[in-house]
Design a protein around this ligand. Structure first.
Ligand code: XIL
Length: 389
């Protein structure tokens, strides 16, 4: 009787912690790790959530440190978390993140200083330009200086552009005017001279928005303000990966003398509801079973599309690895992905390289293979070149 009581207790604790202990173990590295594979090409990162920062899941933790050199906090450095009230900052989770990263030899990309979304309510309520300016200045100075040199990079400004390349109509544009991006970089550089500074956005591989991003970056440079790189978020769908536009974007951004990073890579396998484009977190659509076709598992044909999608992207990344500083996936495994809830709540998506049981997917093995073949081909190519000399 007592034993069954204890057993029920243990079971309910396990259930309430999300059954992480029942996960089949992550299989370690025999087949290679992501970070080992792309060493010398680009840094490979992942977005991590609060449980992962708090080291709640040992198997997941090992997967992270085996495979990634860099982490981006998925939410905890956003203004609503780190600066909840006018005169109150909450650095508890970001300090923990930095300590976790130092202990595990991971670089940290800070995400993000200035963004129109996930703002604390005191900012959303602001009416006068002076208050917005004061918030903007204090926020950048306080947050960026605290982590100077402790972060590898900051997404200084996130998503300041509309799809047509014009400036997005946000509280910052409205109250501070269209120089706010230049000002954000100027302040970030003063506060954090030892951390790389990035402009980050989605769909900036698409021609019109790309032209807008180039104008914006040139404007920062022409003002004599420092910028290190541009982050292409990379939220795509297996049915539409604009490879040609991505390649053109890598080349054109690199020609500005800055680094290119893929900062939030994931490939949705689900149908996009009508009227949703890119990765605007404020978009949402109503649930409809037709929009959620794979609740029972991913059909082989779609798994194959996912593999081919990742393969073609990583081939492109390898081809331009001299211009690419980092490739970061937006989440560690499918169970954690924001794409289960955006733009429709409660779907079952499969966008990452590790599945819900933390098992590497065929796409994981494929991209490791490409690199191995790439290296062999390159060696042969160099050998042939020497013989022909
Ligand atoms: C997303 C997070 O993944 C979600 O957990 C959160 O609810 C909303 O934001 N572009 C960005 C990221 O720059 O910050 C967004 O992250 C995804 C789109």
């Amino acid at each position: 009787m007592r034993d069954s009581f204890i057993l029920t207790g243990i079971l309910s604790i396990l259930l309430s912690t999300g059954c992480t202990s029942f996960r089949s173990p992550y299989e370690p590295k025999q087949t290679g790790s992501l970070k080992g594979t792309f060493k010398g090409d680009f840094t490979i990162g992942t977005a991590i959530n609060t449980d992962q920062i708090r080291e709640k899941d040992a198997t997941g933790g090992k997967l992270i440190t085996d495979n990634f050199d860099a982490v981006t906090p998925e939410n905890i450095m956003k203004a609503e978390v780190i600066h909840p009230e006018w005169d109150r900052y909450d650095f508890s989770l970001s300090d923990k993140l930095v300590a976790y990263a130092q202990k595990n030899n991971l670089k940290v990309n800070g995400h993000t200083l200035i963004w129109h979304s996930q703002l604390p309510s005191f900012v959303r309520r602001m009416k006068d330009a002076d208050s917005v300016r004061q918030y903007f200045t204090n926020h950048i100075k306080t947050v960026a200086s605290r982590y100077d040199g402790k972060l590898e990079s900051w997404d200084v400004v996130n998503e300041a552009l509309e799809e047509d390349g014009s400036m997005r109509r946000s509280i910052f544009l409205e109250k501070l005017g269209d120089n706010f991006v230049v000002e954000a970089f100027r302040l970030a550089r003063q506060a954090s001279p030892n951390t790389k500074l990035y402009y980050n956005d989605y769909n900036i591989e698409e021609p019109a928005k790309r032209a807008g991003a180039i104008r914006l970056i040139k404007k920062i440079q022409d003002a004599g303000v420092h910028i290190d790189g541009v982050g292409i978020q990379g939220h795509w769908n297996v049915n539409y990966i604009p490879l040609k536009h991505i390649e053109d974007a890598i080349i054109e951004f690199a020609a500005l003398g800055i680094d290119v990073a893929f900062t939030e890579l994931d490939l949705s396998v689900l149908p996009n509801p009508r009227n949703t484009i890119g990765a605007d977190v404020d978009q949402n659509a109503e649930y409809d079973a037709k929009l959620n076709p794979y609740t029972g598992g991913l059909p082989d044909s779609v798994q194959k599309k996912l593999t081919v999608g990742y393969e073609s992207l990583f081939r492109l990344f390898m081809k331009h690895s001299d211009k690419i500083d980092r490739v970061t996936l937006w989440g560690v495994h499918d169970g954690q992905s924001w794409l289960n809830n955006w733009p429709v709540m409660g779907r079952t998506n499969y966008p990452l390289l590790f599945d819900r049981q933390l098992k590497p997917k065929p796409a994981f093995y494929k991209i490791i293979k490409i690199k191995e073949n790439y290296s062999v081909n390159n060696q042969n190519h160099q050998k042939n070149a020497r013989i022909n000399q």
